[in-house]
Write a protein that binds this ligand. Structure first.
Ligand code: SER
Length: 878
């Protein structure tokens, strides 16, 4: 058989289907444009709208062909233990949306296999779905012998991407690796669990649209969706029996060999680690390039789990420190020409990996010790769920990783208990949230549901109107439905329709007033304690209100306009952040109030001052371009097609509301917005901070608040200017000049001190020195304290150099002090400060001592100071 590299197979496949009339299209992102999927797991994902005929392929193409990057996560913990499973893989595909079907597809699959790949026909086998005799006939007509075709049931030969959506029966192509590879049974055939027959190509006849209720609705047209695992076909073409021995993955295994200084295929435990690192590092590289960041949920958790599993496997075979970036280099070298996004995002990938590796590395070793101790002490064969929870919560061990380590010791993990601990933790978090919410808004059990049931949802008219005449349909006080609210009472008012926006999607609720001839109430807050039910929290100022009354509901317009400016500005900042920092930036929460806005987003490091400035500048450019906003309702499918930003995991109805600021920002949003970005005035980002791992927060102010902020700064500037007696525009120069003046003065003070100290010693020190093997000053200077005497020694030392010694005396206001000190060289020559002081301190009726290099004494009789120095001279000269 002929050998082909992965790159050759990839190119030959795409060129083959291009020749047949298919349009070559790029791989789509690993983040699917489809909220029902966590990650892109097949080539067909980007073509769902085509299968549903929501999107059309341009003429004259008969279909499309792609190589799609895929991540599948159903069995991460067995990856590495087999030669077949991979988290990341490439899928070669071709797709027809009603143009060609089974007959063409089967013929081309055979042609590509036998003519391009030159696979021997007698080693090819085919399966079809159990009731699909038509396809059997097609294969037979193409010359496939009957005994190479078999039927399989739904599990093998009916393909779906998920519980709902386009799906259909399929026919699969298998390659016979030979009886020596498999189970050896004479009945062995495609579908057997052994490795003999390797499935390499799946041709799905996508005819149905799976419904929520499990039924299959026929699609408008009959389609083709095929997928060939590139690593698998590469293994066949390279004559190896597993994916890891193919050129690309073997190149990555080599990285691990170099890092660990171990050789592949010598030790099963090492092999497992090398395979895991090779596979996971590739997946991680591609996931980050597509904007996924490590987190504790969703696709971010998949990334974190892969990264941590790879790190642990690396450490288990002796690799130390952060090492994953070595793989990134290799992945880029091997695959960068096909997937430019990994080249373009190299810096991002490396920084994210390094920061996550360091974060995890810090607790990894402690966690391993903790787990080892738990395993050592374990009675029985099950690790408690609590221990697994501590490992997860404190040490960042994904539970799957704990399970895997335990499995190596034949230990189970009590997953139920683990889940209970997790649920308790979630419950604690929820309780804390509820407590916060309750402080702001007291929800009374059941009454809101009861009211909603009774009066139905409130009609919201507040997008277009800030005043409305409305009818009171319910009143609530102290958790009960009431008929009337009196002056001085607090309660909740429910209207048939309202211009008041109830807090939602980060935007705070409206305030304002409600009046008629008989009542005047202030609305302090607006909330929707039940979906669709708007409750106005009111204080009755005058009169009384009863159910059935008509009144005028008036939103505090000034406040609402400030909220709207901040809300639209939040969208603009979101888009600016993505532009400046990259498409990994995703909204993680927001708060839109009248006086400020807050936006939380995924990003892995602090923004630099330059980045903050760039975001602010871009946002202000959009604001000052005075772009009219366009707000409309559309179908979710259409919004998605238009590339509108939606939040993953958020449930949207079929009809969604889109808020657009030109081409710049397009988001699904139910909030209140200005009609032109110019109304925002301008925006000032006032802070940027961390709110968790890979989560940043910016706070900003707009319009009047931004103006007030800038005015405040100006006022401070004016104050500073007046204190400095300089014009405002010269404050900086004045401060600089003043600081340099201060510096000069400090230098002067230092110099003066030096001159002063210069008078402490005679010019010529030899006049007061003993002529020993080293220079030794014996000198009296009155008025010095102990510190002053030590300084004097420092001066002598500096002046006489490294062999100096001294004996000093001082009458400090009647207190006699003595000090002897010496350089190491003088000590070596025999000077001993401690001994000198001991010898002479009796002259001042005192005592003291110290080391050979430094000794001091104080005494009672200052008149003995000269005698002490004489004694020192005598002692030293002797
Ligand atoms: N969607 C099918 C698969 O993933 C064929 O592309 O196997």
């Amino acid at each position: 058989m002929k050998y082909m590299t992965t790159a050759e197979i990839r190119e030959k496949y795409l060129a083959f289907f291009e020749e047949k009339g298919c349009k070559r299209m790029p791989s789509s992102s690993l983040i699917p444009d489809d909220p029902s999927l966590l990650l892109t797991s097949a080539g067909m994902v980007q073509f769902k709208p085509y299968f549903l005929q929501q999107k059309q392929l341009e003429e004259p193409y008969i279909g499309t062909t792609t190589v799609q990057k895929c991540v599948r996560t159903n069995d991460i913990d067995i990856i590495g233990t087999t030669g077949r499973h991979l988290s990341f893989f490439e899928m070669l595909g071709n797709f027809s949306f009603g143009k060609y079907f089974k007959k063409e597809m089967c013929a081309w699959a055979l042609e590509f296999s036998t003519k391009v790949l030159e696979l021997p026909e007698d080693r090819l086998y085919f399966t079809v779905f159990e009731d699909d005799d038509e396809t059997i006939e097609i294969w037979k007509n193409l010359g496939v012998p009957e005994d190479h075709i078999s039927k399989l049931g739904e599990e093998d030969n009916f393909w779906r991407a998920g519980p709902t959506g386009p799906c259909g029966p399929c026919s699969e192509l298998y390659f016979d690796q030979g009886p020596e590879v498999g189970c050896g049974s004479p009945d062995c055939k495609p579908g057997c669990d052994c490795d003999r027959f390797l499935e390499y190509w799946n041709c799905v006849f996508t005819q149905y649209d799976g419904q929520e209720d499990g039924t299959l609705a026929p699609l408008p047209k009959k389609n083709i969706d095929t997928g060939m695992g590139l690593e698998r076909i590469a293994a066949i073409m390279q004559g190896v029996d597993n994916n890891y021995d193919t050129d690309v993955l073997r190149g990555l295994i080599a990285v691990g060999e170099a890092l660990s200084e171990k050789t592949y295929k010598e030790d099963a435990r090492v092999d497992l680690a090398l395979r895991v690192m090779a596979d996971h590092s590739r997946a991680i590289t591609f996931m980050i390039a597509d904007g996924i960041l490590p987190s504790n949920e969703g696709r971010g958790y998949v990334l974190r789990r892969l990264l941590r599993r790879a790190v642990m496997k690396g450490h288990s075979i002796g690799i130390e420190g952060a090492f994953l970036n070595n793989y990134v280099d290799k992945v880029i070298e091997l695959m960068g020409d096909v997937y430019p996004e990994i080249v373009d995002n190299r810096a991002l990938i490396e920084r994210v990996i390094l920061s996550e590796e360091e974060r995890f590395g810090a607790t990894l070793r402690q966690g391993q010790v903790f787990l080892q101790e738990a395993l050592d002490e374990l009675q029985g064969i099950t690790l408690s769920g609590k221990t697994a929870f501590v490992l997860h919560d404190t040490y960042g061990f994904p539970v799957e990783v704990t399970k895997e380590i335990c499995a190596e010791h034949n230990i189970d993990v009590d997953e139920e208990e683990f889940e209970r601990c997790m649920e308790e933790q979630r419950e604690r978090a929820r309780a804390a949230n509820v407590k916060d919410a309750e402080a702001a808004w007291s929800t009374y059990g059941g009454v809101h549901a009861e009211v909603l049931n009774l009066v139905g949802p409130t009609t919201f008219v507040g997008y277009d109107h800030l005043n409305a005449d409305a009818k009171v349909v319910a009143l609530i006080a102290e958790g009960k439905k009431v008929d009337t609210l009196q002056a001085g009472q607090n309660g909740e008012v429910v209207l048939d329709q309202t211009p008041f926006y109830a807090e939602m999607g980060g935007e705070v609720g409206d305030t304002g007033i409600m009046v008629n001839d008989a009542v005047r109430m202030t609305v302090d807050d607006t909330q929707a304690p039940e979906k669709g039910l708007t409750c106005h929290s009111v204080t009755v100022e005058e009169g009384s209100v009863s159910v059935g009354d008509m009144l005028s509901a008036q939103v505090d317009e000034k406040r609402r306009r400030r909220i709207m400016r901040n809300h639209t500005c939040t969208h603009i900042l979101h888009a600016s952040l993505r532009e400046v920092l990259g498409s990994h930036v995703k909204q993680a929460g927001s708060f839109v109030g009248p006086d400020r806005l807050r936006f939380d987003f995924t990003h892995f490091e602090a923004m630099t001052p330059e980045q903050i400035q760039a975001v602010e500048d871009r946002a202000n450019e959009i604001i000052m371009s005075a772009i009219p906003t366009n707000i409309y309702e559309t179908s979710l499918a259409q919004a998605r097609e238009a590339g509108v930003t939606a939040l993953f995991g958020e449930k949207y109805g079929d009809t969604v509301r889109v808020v657009e600021a030109g081409e710049f920002s397009r988001e699904l949003c139910g909030g209140c917005h200005v009609s032109n970005t110019g109304e925002i005035g301008f925006v000032k980002i006032v802070s940027e901070s961390s709110v968790g791992a890979n989560l940043r927060r910016i706070e900003a102010i707009t319009s009047y608040d931004a103006l007030a902020y800038v005015n405040g700064l100006e006022a401070q500037m004016k104050q500073a200017a007046s204190a400095l007696k300089a014009p405002v525009n010269a404050v900086f120069e004045k401060v600089e000049a003043t600081l340099s003046q201060v510096k000069d003065l400090q230098a002067q003070i230092k110099a003066t001190k030096k001159t002063e100290s210069a008078g402490l010693l005679p010019e010529d020190l030899s006049s007061v020195s003993l002529d020993l093997a080293y220079p030794c000053v014996v000198y009296r200077k009155d008025g010095l304290d102990a510190g002053g005497m030590r300084n004097l020694w420092d001066m002598i030392h500096a002046k006489l150099g490294d062999t100096a010694a001294c004996v000093l005396a001082s009458d400090n206001d009647g207190t006699p002090l003595l000090l002897a000190a010496a350089s190491d060289a003088a000590v070596e020559q025999g000077f001993n400060a401690g001994a000198v002081i001991k010898e002479i301190s009796r002259h001042i009726k005192g005592g003291g001592g110290g080391k050979p290099t430094m000794a001091q004494a104080g005494g009672k009789d200052a008149s003995g100071l000269d005698g002490a120095l004489d004694a020192a001279r005598a002692f030293l000269e002797a």
